[in-house]
Design a protein around this ligand. Structure first.
Ligand code: UN1
Length: 501
């Protein structure tokens, strides 16, 4: 197979993207085979300033365009994404290492959120409220907010931009995107796709409506600190999110954070084990364990643990790990060498904390950042189990009583996704109750990953509290205004206050 770097350059050319390569700068290496695609220059402070100034100008114009018309731009974006789907998915595979089907799924997620946002563009509902004063109208109206900075991670290099951008655009907000410095090229390709949609839309789409700024933490920090950006939406590690939160809060801006997860499955004695094994495999090793929703902790009833572990071990040992472009591969590479080191260090720590490696963890002897997915049985939820290691390590722990399992599930710093496998209604409903899972996502007989677009996505505690994409997540991208109109000929005051002058 051709080198991933050549494949990357060819795919970019097909999409009409001509990156400005530089000799030294931010290097892109494909995790698929370690080949070097080239280097890009990070945005200078002046370039970031220009982008913010352009977005501010774009906002003045875009907020005047009626919301359903703004939806039309997002509809066109969805159309262009459908046309570019295969090539964009290929770039996701080459730059982030996802298998072909997951690369396609990621672009589909962009398309789905565009469809969702188009409908939303006619449903940015406010309220009318009864006023206590005669001859008065009260209403609540949602107004455009302003430029939104979107900081995304390598693992969903394009879908997370789309969750934010599709909503921001219909809400009347320009977007400045800082993609992960590991996946800049696919971001440039998405920008080119957006530019096509904007060109078809015509001159109502102002220059600078969507922009990409390439760079690392310093670029993210400049955006987070700038008071002209009322909303900063950031996806990535809890460490990054805490830094962004402080910078944004320091100027009383709004942040929308979607950070780490440490997602568990509670498996009871009545679980359908055939289904559970498939759900575990997809959510623990899919995307090489690099989703924020990846399954990291399997909490299994002690009566079924032994049989289940044996089945999982067998399934893991036949997992096709390799070039994500090849049909049949289910596990591609980790993002880079540092991720391989982190996985191996975590396994070492797990063993030091009393864990037994049931299978996996070995580095593959080939170019690229490949490891075999690992299962580790742990005596308790020790430090390494409570920590999110971004890779395919599944910790297995056992329990006797459901209360104990739910307490274990909740006893980690993160609160993104969770699930239970059971055939008993009472167990499922307890898991979904106020004293059940403490996560933003709770599933029954489905793994913790692979959420669809209609629901609000995000979680609690170290996950950051933000909700993106579905449900009423759009409200974060708008400014709520309470409006009171007096159409009478007197001026009554609320609360019966008298002030006669
Ligand atoms: C992420 O890993 O940052 O639910 C997002 C899922 C995907 C999104 C994951 N729809 O697994």
């Amino acid at each position: 197979m051709t080198s991933a770097a050549n494949d990357l350059r060819d795919t970019l050319t097909r999409l009409g993207v001509q990156p400005e390569w530089v000799d030294t700068g931010q290097v892109t290496r494909s995790p698929v085979d370690g080949s070097r695609a080239g280097a890009l220059a990070a945005a200078t402070p002046e370039a970031v300033e220009d982008a913010i100034a352009m977005a501010t100008d774009a906002f003045s114009a875009w907020r005047r365009v009626p919301a359903p018309r703004r939806g039309e731009l997002v509809r066109l974006l969805g159309e262009e994404l459908r046309i570019a789907k295969d090539d964009l998915a290929r770039l996701v595979t080459l730059e982030a290492g996802k298998i072909t089907s997951e690369g396609l799924g990621e672009v589909q997620e962009m398309i789905d959120v565009c469809d969702f946002a188009v409908g939303l563009s006619r449903q940015l509902y406010g309220l009318t409220l009864p006023s206590e004063r005669p001859g008065h109208h009260m209403r609540e109206t949602w107004q455009p907010l302003g430029p939104v900075a979107v900081i995304t991670a390598f693992n969903f290099p394009v879908a997370v931009w789309a969750w934010n951008a599709a909503l921001a655009l219909v809400c009347g907000d320009p977007v400045i995107w800082k993609p992960s410095d590991k996946t800049s090229l696919v971001a440039l390709a998405v920008q080119a796709v957006f530019d096509k949609a904007a060109a078809r839309f015509g001159e109502d789409a102002p220059a600078g409506l969507c922009q990409v700024v390439i760079g690392g933490a310093e670029v993210g920090q400049a955006l987070a600190r700038d008071p002209r950006i009322p909303l900063v939406s950031a996806t990535g590690s809890t460490r990054m999110g805490k830094a962004v939160a402080v910078d944004v809060a320091g100027r009383l801006g709004r942040s929308l954070l979607e950070l780490g997860g440490n997602n568990a499955m509670i498996l009871t004695e009545t679980a359908d084990l055939d289904m559970a094994v498939r759900a575990i495999a997809f959510s623990a090793v899919g995307t090489c364990g690099q989703r924020c929703t990846s399954l990291r902790r399997l909490l299994v009833h002690e009566d079924v643990a032994e049989g289940l572990i044996a089945r999982l071990k067998a399934a893991y040992e036949t997992l096709p790990v390799g070039d994500p472009r090849e049909a049949g591969t289910l596990v591609g590479p980790l993002i880079d060498e540092a991720a391989v080191d982190a996985v191996q260090a975590a396994l070492k720590q797990a063993v030091a904390e009393g864990g037994e490696v049931i299978t996996g963890g070995q580095r593959l002897d080939r170019d690229g950042a490949y490891v075999r997915p690992a299962i580790v049985q742990m005596p308790e939820q020790s430090a390494i189990v409570r920590h999110e290691t971004f890779g395919p390590i599944l910790y297995v722990l056992t329990w006797r009583e459901l209360d104990q399992a739910i307490a274990m599930q909740n006893a980690v710093p993160q609160g993104l996704s969770s699930c239970i496998f059971t055939d008993r209604l009472r167990e499922a409903e307890q898991f979904l109750s106020a004293w059940g899972s403490d996560c933003g996502i709770a599933n029954v007989n489905i793994g913790p990953s692979g959420a669809e677009i209609g629901g609000a996505f995000g979680g609690e505690k170290d996950t950051g509290g933000g909700r993106e994409s579905g449900s009423d997540a759009w409200k974060a991208y708008m400014r709520r205004q309470t409006q009171t109109v007096n159409f009478s000929t007197s001026l009554p005051l609320a609360q019966g206050v008298r002030f006669d002058v």
